[in-house]
Design a protein around this ligand. Structure first.
Ligand SMILES: [Zn+2]
Length: 153
């Protein structure tokens, strides 16, 4: 028994399903084999795997809390401190590196910094549409004012 095999026992069925489907390219063959073995030992077939994944993908996590993956709902979040590309200039040769906490899902690989939830996408679309609407309204108002000015003068 290796450490990984023991660790996989702690995974819930859906977590194994996501590991299996979403992380294949990130694992060495030997590691992937262990995931497969664990899945087989639980008698999960590919239909079960798809069912488990689809059920979780339907869950809507609107305000994603940082300790729950918005895609697979797992709480196995990996957090690491990374140096940002942006650097704060302090002096000529000195700078303070800016760190940020980089979070990824340890199960499906969701990147909290890069991936957008459906909720995020909708929010972005809403902001976009509202800003277009506002600019149209202002253009019309401006034209109306010009017309009024012509009429008055
Ligand atoms: Zn996940």
């Amino acid at each position: 028994m290796s450490d990984l095999t023991d660790k996989l026992k702690e995974y819930e069925d859906f977590e194994l399903a996501f590991l299996f489907k979403y992380q294949k390219s990130n694992f060495l063959d030997a590691t992937y084999k262990k995931i497969e073995d664990e899945i087989n030992s639980r008698n999960l077939n590919s239909k079960d795997i798809n069912f488990l994944i689809n059920r979780k993908l339907k869950v809507r996590i609107n305000n994603h809390k940082l300790n729950v993956c918005p895609r697979c709902t797992s709480e196995k979040i990996i957090s690491s401190r990374e140096e940002s590309d942006l650097q704060e200039n302090v002096g000529l040769y000195k700078y303070t590196p800016i760190y940020f906490e980089h979070r990824t899902c340890g199960v499906c690989g969701w990147d909290f910094a890069k991936n957008l939830t459906r909720f995020d996408k909708r929010k972005i679309l809403k902001i976009f549409l509202v800003s277009i609407f506002i600019s149209i309204v202002f253009t019309l108002l401006f034209r109306l004012l010009l017309k009024l000015q012509e009429l008055i003068w």
